[in-house]
Design a binder for this molecule. Structure first.
Ligand SMILES: Cc1ncc(COP(=O)(O)O)c(C=O)c1O
Length: 388
């Protein structure tokens, strides 16, 4: 009774860890991809006010005009990129919907979509749902998980339609330098490929690293579809608002898909986004600094565990740690940590990258401390470690 297109999609490997974790009531969760901060008060208030004022009906399908104007202004201010608010911005139900819409609207069955490993798993699911083939390029930890455009070019064929670029990156935390983005854009121009630029972690950069948007590069607009979101920047994942920025002819086609699935994005939430963009940005900086402190604490403790090595991530709230020395598959290690220590994190194999684990430091600092204590004790008990 069900369609092959959905039956062909594997269930996320994260569920098995979550199910295992549900069997204990003392778990510390370092696996979540969402801010643990409360949504800033003025933003939440705007959503409440919208409800009280009766903004509970369908909105314009492309998104609230004021919000689209603010997004276009943001693109201009931050990236010197010209996007028309009327027809080049589409407000969606989160970055997740934006990704789905862009891929479903652009990829034909048989097309190839280049995805860098480790990946954000929904990229692959979207490729599968569209009938396109995911083509992988494995990034190297010794390169800081920053892609080499020449390695990407090696897998380009006449079927390549899309390359997905994600910086700052989930799960690695790497931030791509401008020359890397320029190199990828040059490939897009040379081979007539579209770049889906997922920038949902754009404000979460550290140590002087700068987030450079692909759309800020000269001549990028015709080759880039920007996916963005309010979720991470303003700790408002549950309000479900993101957007697409692209040339008008693409947005017109994206709109067909968006209208069919959502009609419009959540109207009170869009009011919250207007307030977020118009209001003070101190909350964004405060959260960033808090993540930075947690990152440093996590990294110090993590690198003190035998057999685990982690480079310092320059962005997001994820650390991607090398566990190859431990000599066990990442899923097995993640399961062991839940059972032995009640620490929940994500196996690298879930991102198609064996030998690594992802830890989220969007968690309470005392929980991070406790998790690191438990993790170290658990690792020290491993026969693989005891042998050494
Ligand atoms: C890389 C990446 N892109 C997109 C999303 C989607 O976020 P949202 O739909 O909340 O905007 C996420 C969420 O975790 C993500 O990690």
């Amino acid at each position: 009774m069900l369609a092959d297109r959905i039956l062909g999609v594997a269930r996320s490997p994260f569920y098995s860890i979550m199910e295992l974790a549900a069997s204990r009531d003392d778990c510390i969760y370092l696996q979540l991809g969402e801010p643990d901060f409360v949504t800033p008060g003025h933003i939440a208030e705007a959503a409440k006010k919208a409800l009280d004022e009766g903004h509970t009906h369908y909105g314009p399908d492309r998104g609230a005009p004021e919000l689209r104007q603010l997004i276009a202004q943001k693109l201009q201010n931050e990236s010197s990129a010209d996007y028309g608010w009327e027809d080049e911005i589409l407000v969606t139900a989160g970055g997740q919907a934006a990704l789905h819409i862009a891929i479903m609207a652009m990829a034909n069955p048989g097309d190839e979509i280049i995805i860098l490993l480790p990946h954000y798993p929904p990229y692959v699911v979207n490729a599968q749902l569209s009938g396109a083939k995911a083509v992988y390029v494995k990034l190297k930890s010794e390169d800081g998980f920053v892609p080499d455009p020449a390695a990407i070019e090696e897998v380009i064929t006449d079927k390549t339609k899309i390359i997905i670029v994600l910086t700052p990156n989930n799960p690695t935390g790497s931030v791509y330098p401008e020359e890397t983005l320029q190199g990828i854009l040059d490939l897009a121009k040379k081979h007539n490929i579209v770049l889906i630029s997922d920038e949902v972690y754009e404000t979460l950069v550290f140590d002087g690293a700068e987030h450079k948007s692909l759309v800020s590069l000269p001549g990028a607009k015709d080759h880039v579809v920007q996916v963005n979101s309010f979720s991470k920047t303003y700790a408002m994942t549950g309000l479900r608002v993101g957007y697409l920025a692209a040339p008008a002819d693409k947005v017109l086609q994206f709109l067909k898909y968006h209208h069919t699935v959502n009609i419009s994005a959540n109207v009170p939430s869009q009011r919250a986004c207007i307030t977020a963009l118009k209001g003070p940005q101190d909350c964004v900086e405060e959260m960033r600094l808090a993540y930075l402190e947690r990152r440093d604490m996590l990294l110090e403790r993590l690198n003190d565990i035998p057999g685990i090595h982690c480079q310092t991530p320059q962005g997001t709230f994820f650390a991607f740690a090398d566990i190859r020395e431990l000599g066990i598959p990442s899923l097995e290690f993640a399961e062991y940590l839940v059972k032995e220590a009640g620490v929940v994190l994500t196996n690298g194999s879930g991102f198609d990258y064996e030998g690594f684990i992802r830890l989220s430091y969007a968690a309470d600092p005392s929980d991070i401390e406790e998790a690191m204590d438990r993790m170290k004790a658990a690792v020290l008990k491993m026969p693989e470690v005891l042998k050494k």
